[in-house]
Design a protein around this ligand. Structure first.
Ligand SMILES: C[S@@+](CC[C@H](N)C(=O)[O-])C[C@H]1O[C@@H](n2cnc3c(N)ncnc32)[C@H](O)[C@@H]1O
Length: 205
């Protein structure tokens, strides 16, 4: 990974799955947490690389994307990706999409606002994958995240969440108590404090 800095903007390069991604962070803006690539985003990308997850032709939704890193990688791997966050963050994501996804693959990525618990009704329910890196940190948002997951998923959807279990408030409660009420959840990977969960809808009995 290499880094250049120019006052308000910093650029980092990442290598995954044979792709070099150049991610620009608008740190001088008022984007707060969104203006950084967080550890769980990097761990999730590395997991996709190591596990050789096949996103070719798959319909993918990323929640709380921040800089766009995870969604952009998945688009480069052949997924049809809807990269979402709050509206203030979309300019940063669009910048990174333009910088990293070749024109010939642009039709496979969309950048749109999705506020958890509010906007999901504008989205379909047939995603093959839903991804969330470092979006579990605010307990008042947990019911909204669950509501959005329930709307956007079906029994064939695989959800990957990558969460810092130590640094983020309520992370253990979310993964051990909140999610298992509505979903089956497997803890599939750990890297220090960061854990990846593979989550699917509970089968109707
Ligand atoms: C800690 S950052 C993680 C960013 C990125 N996924 C990463 O791992 O680098 C959390 C992201 O969730 C987004 N977010 C927070 N509350 C949200 C909400 N209610 N609806 C949608 N996105 C939200 C933030 O804008 C931010 O981009």
């Amino acid at each position: 990974m290499s880094k250049t800095k120019d006052n308000d903007i910093s650029v980092e390069k990442y290598n995954f799955c044979g792709h070099t991604l150049s991610i620009t962070m608008f740190k001088g803006s008022s984007l707060g947490l969104s203006a950084y690539v967080w550890g769980p985003a990097v761990v999730l990308c590395k997991y996709f690389q190591d596990q050789k997850i096949d996103f070719t032709g798959k319909k993918v939704l990323e929640l709380g994307s921040g800089t766009g890193l995870v969604g952009i990688l998945v688009a480069l791997l052949g997924g049809h990706v809807t990269i979402t966050d709050v509206s203030e963050t979309l300019e940063q994501i669009e910048y990174n999409v333009d910088a990293n996804i070749p024109v010939t693959s642009k039709h496979r990525s969309k950048v749109r606002a999705l506020y958890w618990g509010t906007d999901h009704h504008d989205y379909p329910s047939d995603f093959d994958f839903i991804l969330g890196s470092d979006i579990v940190y605010s307990p008042p948002q947990f019911p909204n995240i669950v509501e959005t997951l329930l709307h956007c998923s079906n029994e064939n959807t695989t959800i990957f969440f990558c969460t810092n279990m130590v640094a983020r408030m309520g992370a253990r409660d979310f993964h051990d108590e909140v999610i298992p009420k509505k979903f089956d959840s497997d803890h599939v990977f750990t890297d220090g404090a960061i854990s990846i969960y593979k989550i699917t809808r509970k089968c109707a009995s």
